[in-house]
Design a protein around this ligand. Sequence first.
Ligand code: PEP
Ligand code: MG
Length: 907
Amino acid sequence: MSETKYVYSFGGGSAEGRADMKNLLGGKGANLAEMANLGIPVPAGFTLTTEVCTYFYDHDRSYPSTLAADVDVAMIRIEKVMGMTFGDPTNPLLVSVRSGARSSMPGMMETVLNVGLCSATIPGLIAKTGNGRFVYDAYRRLIMMYSDVVMEKAAGIEPAEGQGIRQQLDRMLEQVKEEHGYASDADISEAHLKDLAERFKAKVREVLGKDFPDDPKEQLWGGIGAVFGSWNGRRAVAYRRIEGIPDDWGTAVNVQAMVFGNMGDTSATGVAFTRNPATGDNKFYGEWLPNAQGEDVVAGIRTPNPLNEATKNEQNQHLPSLETAMPEVYRQLHDIRDNLEQHYHDMQDIEFTIQDGRLWMLQTRIGKRTGTAALNMAMDMLSEGLIDARTAVLRVRPEQLDELLHPIVDPAAEQRSQPIAKGLPAGPGGAHGQIVFSADEAVKWAKAGKTVLLVREETNPEDVEGMRAAVGILTGRGGMTSHAALVARGWGKCCIVGAGTLDIDVVAKTIQVGGQTFGEGDVLTLNGTRGLVYAGELPMIDATENPRFVDFMALADEIRAMKVRTNAETPDDARQAIEFGAEGIGLFRTEHMFYGKGSEEPLFLLRKMIMADSLPERRASLDELFPYVKRDMKSTMEIMGGRPVTFRLLDPPLHEFVPQNEAERRELATALKVNLEELDRRAAELHELNPMMGHRGVRLGITFPEISEMQFRAVFEAAVELLQEGKPCFPEIMVPVTCAKAELDAQRKLAEKVHAEVCEKYGVDEIEHLYGTMIEIPRAALTADEIAKTTQFFSFGTNDLTQMTFGFSRDDIGSFLPDYLDSKILPVDPFQVLDRDSVGVLVKTGIEKGRSTRPKLKVGICGEHGGEPNSVEFCHMVGMDYVSCSPFRVPIARLAAAQAQIRHPRG
Ligand code: PEP
Ligand code: MG
C-alpha cells in the first residue's frame, strides 16, 4: 500500500499543513492551514493535494485507491469541529469545493458551493436556520453551479454561445424577477425560489439528459472531479501559457465547511487587500456586499460597497462601508489584517464571510499588484521595518518597472477633454485603441497588427486571451477585486472596470453613453490610473518618474555585481539611457548611423562606397564618409562623459544598402560616373543567397581593409580631439562576426597602425582604448582561448549566436515560431530568453576558455537578451562583467542584476 498522504485537514485552531507547503497543498490550501495554525477563524476543511491531480491525469482521471477512505476520515473531522454532519437530515453540514494551484490563477478554475443540499437535508436546514428563503436561494445556486461546472463543462459539453446551462438558468431567474417586479436577486420570495429550484432541475434534465444528483456524496465527488478537470479547461490552459506556469504542477482541491454571507442583514461577504494594490497606499482596501455569497463580489455583477470610509471612491461613496455598518466585525478584520501582514511580511489579498455577525476567513494569499504599488509597498515596508533591503529589492519583478517607464495619457490633453465615462482604476497607465467586444475579436485584430481595447459588459475570466491581446480593458460592471481587475493588474495592463454609465451591448457591438454611440473599430482612450474613458485618441507621454523609483533603484545598484550598459547609436538614445542609469554603451552599431532622419547624406556616401568598383574609388568615398562617422562618434562619446563606449565596426548585410528605387539608383550611378546598367551589374554582384552568413562583419574588413581603417581613424581622432578639449572619453573598438583569431590579428595590426598615425598627427603618445570582439559565431566561442590572446574583451552577440546555434534565421522565424510555441516544442522564443542549454553552454565555454588565457578578460553581452531578466540572471551566474541593452530596458536589467546577486551571490 502506498504511504503517500493525499489529504490534509485544517480547522479548529490547528492544521496538518503549513504555508510553506504550497507545492503540495496549493496556495489556498497552504494558507488556510497557516491561518488555522495562527488561530485565525477559518471554517474547517481539508485539502486534496496536487499529487492527487497528477495521479488523476496519469491514471485516466481516476483517484488513488486510498483516497475515498481518507476523505471520509477528513470529513468526520470537519463535522466534529463544526458540530454538523454531512448529509444529516436534522443538522446538515454543507461544503464548498474549490481549486487551489501553487501559483494563483484567479478565476481560471471551477468552484462548487453549497454541496450537500438535497431533498433529505433541505427541511433540516430550514428548521435549523428558520430561514427557508436562504435555503432555497442556496439550493438554486448549487443547481446552477453544479450543472454548469460538473454536468456540462467537466463532461466536455460545449454548448453554442448563450446556450450554456448556466445562461439558460440565468434567463429563467431573470424572467421570474421581471414577472414579479423584483429589483434584485435578494428580493425573490421563498416560494418563487423553491419553485425555481424545481424548474431548474427539470431544465437540467431536459438540456443535459441527466438528473441533478440528490445524493450529497455524489455531489461531493462530482465537485472534486470537476475541479481537478478544470485544471485542463481552456481558460486555465491559456492562462498558464501566458504566465509560464507548468502544466504538470496540477491543482489541489479544497473542501471546506460552508459559511454563509447570505443569511440576512447580519451576514456579508467581502474581498480585501491589506494595502491598496493599485497604488501601494498603506490603507486597508476592499469591497463587501451585505447578504451575499462570495461569488457575487468577484463575479463583478453588483457594484460592491467600500470596506471603510478612508477608501471610498466616486462609484461607491453612497454605499455604507463595513466600518460603519458592522464596526465590531470590522475591528476584528482589521486586527487580522495586521496579524497577517506581520506574519507574512507582505501585502495579502483576503476573502472573508460574515455569517450572522461572526467573521470567518476564507483565504489569504500574497496580493497581485501593479508595478507602482509593488515599488511603493516595498519602500514603505522597508521603512516600517517589516522587510530588509534585499527583500525590498526582490519585491518588484523587473518587468514591472516597465509600467513606471511607459506612457500615460498626457494630462494637458486630458484637461482639455471631457471624459465620456468614469469607472474604477483597475490597471495603471494609459492606452488608446480600437474597441472590440469579444475576446476572440481582440485576439484576431491584434494578430492583424491592430491596437485594440477589449470592451465587455462584465469581467469574465474566460476572456483571458483577449485581455492579453488588448492594450487595455474596459467593462461596464464589476469592482476592483473582480477577476479581470486582478488579472489585468498582475500584467500591469491598463484596465477600467465598472464604468456603469456605459450601456454596453456586446451582441450589437455598441457602447451608448450620453447620446453618443461607439461601434466596433471606433477609437477610445483609457486612463487606467484614474478610471477615465475618453472618445477618440488622446496623446500619451512618458510617465513622470515615481520619486521613490530613484531610491529603489539605488538599493538595487548597491547590491548588483554586474554593470549595465546600453545599446545606442544616437545622441538622443545615449541621453535617455544615461537617465535610466546606463553606465556606458555596450554596442554602438555603426551602420545604424545611416538609418533614419538626417542621415540621407552619409547613407548616400555609404552606398557609393559599397558600390565602388576599385580601391581608389572606394577610398575616395570613404574619405567623404569619414567626417560624418567621426562626428557621430564624437558627439556620442561626449554625451557619455567618460563612460566607456563600444564602437562596433560596420556589420551591414551589404544588400540592405543597395537602393531599390530607380531615382536613387540613377543618382548613385551619376555620382559614380557609371550608367544604370553598370550600377545594376555591381548590385547583382553583391546579391547573396544567405546574407546573414555572407559578406558581413569582419569579413568586410578582411576583403576591404580600407573600410576598417576609416573607422579606426574616426574613433581615434574623435577620442583624441575630445581629450584635447578636456572632455573625458573611453572608446572600445569591437570587431563583429569573428570566427578566427587570425581575423582579429589582421584587424588589430591595422588598428595599431592607424593609432600610431593619429597619435603622431595630434602629438600624443597614446589614446587609451580597448580592442575586443563580439562572440556570436559558435566557432568563436569554442576557440575563445585563442581569440582572447588578441582581444581585451568579449561581448556576446547572442542574437547571431542563437541564430547560428538553433539554425533559425533571425529574419524568417516568424513563419514557424508560433507553431513551435503553441505545440510547446519550444517553451519560449530563444531570441527573447537565452537558451541556457545550448547558447548558454557556448557562452559559458567561451568565458571559461577566454579567461584561461587572459584572466582579466572583460566580458559582456549585447544581444537582445541583455535586457531580459532571466537571461540577465544567467549572465550574472556565468561571471559576466556587464550586460548591455536598449535604453528602456536599462532599469529592468539593473534590477534583474541585483536580484541575481541576491539569489546567487558572487564575490
Ligand atoms: C548580436 O548578434 O547579438 C548582436 C548584438 O549583433 P546584431 O544584432 O547587430 O547582429
Ligand atoms: Mg550580430
